[in-house]
Design a protein around this ligand. Structure first.
Ligand code: ATP
Length: 242
């Protein structure tokens, strides 16, 4: 199933235009990177996809967001999840007082079959052995990298078709960022499309098929990730080269 954003314009409080004429696509089975500096509109784009504009007093003025051909504009956040579009939020936001296992359970709240829940949990533990070792521990006691893995694991418990990640590498050591990149590739190989919103262009373009660069609410550049990684504009803006 494909995510299609076309001609999207979003305004906060009726006056602050945060996105203008955004065209973006995440094809079935693809990994797409969305890059941009602070205030470029990345979070707003994620809100438009996940049904959370209203909660932030924002609305779609023009354009469309569809997943598998059906509109996500004005969808309730829970419906978006039920349709297979799941967000790993910025700052991880695991339930600190709950154990690792309970956090995973919380991600599977809409999954009726106990067998499916158990199967997914084993898959997550297979992907992140550290979480298996610490399954009984409170999430607040995990390291930042482990919490990020738990946040990803929790999202996987609902069986997403499209996984959205908001800055998963933020504040993590390079080695852990590399591991997260590898995990995203594995998740993708197993059939989940991925949209990765990042300020860490090197990691994001390293794992993505295609990429988009947002600036001041517009798509400034887009194309195959390898081409973007090689472009001078990206190098000077995001990779510390240039
Ligand atoms: P960051 O990385 O800092 O989160 P971003 O690329 O995610 O940046 P957005 O948060 O989407 O960018 O912001 C895009 C624009 O929308 C900015 O001009 C911002 O000030 C504005 N904006 C974001 N949230 C709100 C809000 N709740 N109310 C009013 N304006 C907002």
């Amino acid at each position: 199933m494909e995510l299609d954003v076309s001609g999207l314009q979003v305004t906060y409080a009726g006056v602050i235009r945060a996105l203008r004429d955004i065209d973006l696509r995440v094809g079935t089975g693809e990994i797409v990177a969305v890059l941009g500096s602070n205030g470029a509109g990345k979070t707003t784009l994620l809100r438009a996809i996940t049904g959370s504009l209203k909660r932030h007093r924002a609305r779609v003025d023009k354009g469309q967001v569809t997943f598998g051909g059906r509109s996500l504009v004005d969808a309730h956040p829970a419906d978006v999840v039920n349709r297979g579009v799941v967000l790993v939020p910025e700052g991880r936001r695991v339930f600190g007082r709950l154990s690792v296992e309970e956090n995973l359970k919380a991600g599977a709240i809409s999954v009726r079959s106990r067998a499916t829940r158990a199967e997914r949990r084993e898959k997550v533990y297979g992907m992140f052995p550290r979480l298996a070792e610490r399954s009984g521990q409170r999430a607040a006691l995990l390291s930042g990298g482990e919490q990020q893995m738990l946040a990803i694991g929790r999202a996987l418990m609902s069986g997403p078709r499209l996984l959205l990640l908001d800055e998963p590498s933020l504040g993590l050591a390079p080695q852990i960022v590399t591991h997260i990149g590898e995990v995203l590739r594995q998740i993708n190989r197993e059939g989940t499309s991925v949209m990765l919103v990042e300020q860490n262009a090197a990691m994001a373009l390293g794992v993505a098929d295609n990429g988009y660069v947002l600036e001041l609410g517009r798509v400034e550049l887009s194309g195959p990730a390898a081409e973007l990684a090689a472009s001078d504009d990206i190098a000077s803006l995001y990779l510390g080269r240039g």
